[in-house]
Ligand binder design. Structure first.
Ligand code: TXA
Ligand code: MG
Length: 318
């Protein structure tokens, strides 16, 4: 298993030697390697078992450094960066040649973000190179929001996990780019798009139903538990499964079901931020419980509820 600790110098040393380290961010934990070293980047794909057509996000410590990897930042996106970095926002920017093809899967744009976590910001600040970091889970499985989640699945393959506690946001970053003059959201995430719209006006969302994914986070089945994951009206689903004698777990927004043994309410107070923060850990707990399948319901389709629902639908997709 990996060593888990808070030693930035140690994490730095592994990364400088081309190895991978689990890093905390405010969204989810990342599996990080030197983004400018094609061998380290290849190791990320191999470790995650991720198809190489799925590009990676570069993580850096400040907007000032972005000029090293991107040719320019269109003015509206610069406005977003100024307002929301460090934070759960990823920008698609025209890339410079220094970025290896493997990072962008040969695309002309590179995804960049400044994550908001003190340990990781200090690490990034101390490094001479940016970190490529996908979520630190095997491809397609639930994203990790605690160091122990990373260790459980990738611990045998990496030397070190920087432990920054539980992720505060709990959903991956919101991915934003431009097509012609239009602002486009490629992945709903931890930054509520209403915040983006307040600053820039209406945006276009390439959402869940998109049949031609620009971002493979847009793949229909993703973020998925191993057990069958069924979305619907919980009261009806529960009644049906009880009648059939099936053993199930329940993931609800706020409601408590006294008759169900394995159940988690994401936010008894109906707070969508709290629900987002708890979502992936709850899905994992139920996936590891003795229930045979997981029943879940959609959140209100507003604010972060939209991003949570995106993850729930993908988890339920075959
Ligand atoms: O919150 C996050 O963004 C986390 C933390 C660790 O920073 N990272 C993350 O990475 O979620 P990953 O690899 O699991 O998801 C990155 C998404 C993928 O869906 C990928 O297709 C998309 O970003 N992406 C990356 N580069 C892209 C590009 N050049 N064009 C379009 N989509 C891109
Ligand atoms: Mg991911």
């Amino acid at each position: 298993m990996a060593q888990i600790g808070k030693d930035i110098q140690q994490a730095k040393a592994f990364l400088e030697h081309g190895q991978l380290v689990g890093i905390p961010t405010e969204t989810v934990y990342g599996l990080a390697g030197n983004a400018l070293d094609p061998e380290a980047v290849a190791l990320i794909f191999e470790t995650k078992n991720r198809p190489s057509f799925d590009p990676l996000i570069l993580h850096t410590s400040s907007l000032k450094r972005v000029g090293q990897f991107a040719k320019e930042i269109p003015a509206p996106l610069a406005k977003l960066a100024n307002q929301f970095w460090p934070g759960p926002l990823t920008l698609l920017l025209p890339r410079k040649a220094i970025v290896p093809d493997l990072v962008t899967s040969g695309l002309e744009r590179v995804a960049v973000r400044v994550p908001n976590h003190p340990l990781t910001l200090a690490l990034l600040e101390s490094l001479e190179f940016p970190l490529a970091a996908p979520s630190a889970n095997p491809f397609g499985y639930i994203s990790p929001t605690q160091a122990s989640h990373v260790n459980a699945q990738l611990g045998s393959q990496i030397p070190y996990i920087l432990d920054g506690g539980s992720c505060e946001v709990g959903l991956e970053s919101t991915i934003v780019g431009m097509e012609n003059e239009e602002i486009v959201i490629y992945r709903l995430g931890g930054l509520d798009i209403q915040e983006v719209e307040k600053l820039l006006g209406p945006v276009k969302v390439k959402d869940y139903s998109s049949s031609n994914p620009a971002a493979p986070g847009q793949l229909e089945s993703h973020y998925a538990p191993r057990k069958p994951f069924v979305l619907g009206n919980l009261k009806d689903l529960i009644a049906d499964k009880i009648e059939k004698g099936e053993d199930f777990g329940v993931l609800s927004f706020s409601e408590h079901f006294p008759e169900v043994k394995n159940q988690i309410a994401l936010s008894p107070e109906k707070n969508l931020h709290e629900a987002a923060k708890n979502l992936f850990a709850a899905m994992r707990t139920l996936d590891e419980s003795d229930a045979e399948l997981i029943l879940a319901e959609l959140m209100p389709e507003e604010g972060l509820g939209r991003a949570i629902n995106d993850r729930l639908k993908r988890a339920a997709a075959k």
